[in-house]
Design a protein around this ligand. Structure first.
Ligand code: CMP
Length: 154
């Protein structure tokens, strides 16, 4: 097993609609390990860092205003191919492309209010985890079902 870590944010709409448990549960059931978790109101400077690749785009100010409006949940997840798998569980960014069964496909209808964010590459996963978590807030521990999730002998 070659584990990756990635960042998920449950956006203000996901928190306000009472979807925190539902969303985290989908990642847990998939077999991804929760290695960091916090509820916070995203400060403006950290929102700017997080969305730096989108600076200058027409939707940037609206996105930042939304993401800093009310609390979000930051979730650090670990597992084999975690970055790609989490994006699959989240679903496509455009509402008309997110498949039913994915989080966005089941719960969102708008491209800004799209419930979740996830890192899209190993470089961005490392960058984004550093913006949201201090290293001391990320935990290294075995999950009891790892043997059945990954073992080649079973
Ligand atoms: P997220 O995964 O948080 O990454 C960047 C966000 O920008 C994306 O989800 C959308 O919420 C938002 N976004 C991307 N493209 C557009 C667009 N064309 N119009 C409005 N918002 C967008």
């Amino acid at each position: 097993m070659n584990p990756e870590q990635t960042l998920v944010l449950i956006k203000p709409d996901g928190v306000q609609r009472g979807l925190i448990g539902e969303i985290i549960s989908r990642f847990e059931r998939k077999g991804l390990k929760l290695v960091g978790l916090k509820l916070l109101k995203l400060p403006r400077d950290r929102a700017d860092q997080l969305y730096a690749p989108h600076q200058g785009k027409f939707f940037y100010d609206y996105l930042i205003q939304f993401m800093t409006s009310t609390p979000i949940v930051a979730v650090a997840l670990e597992g084999q191919n975690a970055i790609e798998l989490v994006r699959l569980v989240n679903g496509a960014t455009r509402p008309v492309e997110s498949q039913p069964g994915s989080i966005r496909g089941d719960f969102s209808i708008d491209i800004t209010h799209n419930v979740v964010h996830a890192s899209d590459s190993p470089e961005n996963a490392e960058r984004e985890l550093n913006i949201l978590f201090d290293p001391s807030e990320l935990f290294d521990y075995p999950r009891i079902d790892e043997v059945i999730l990954y073992s080649p002998e079973l």
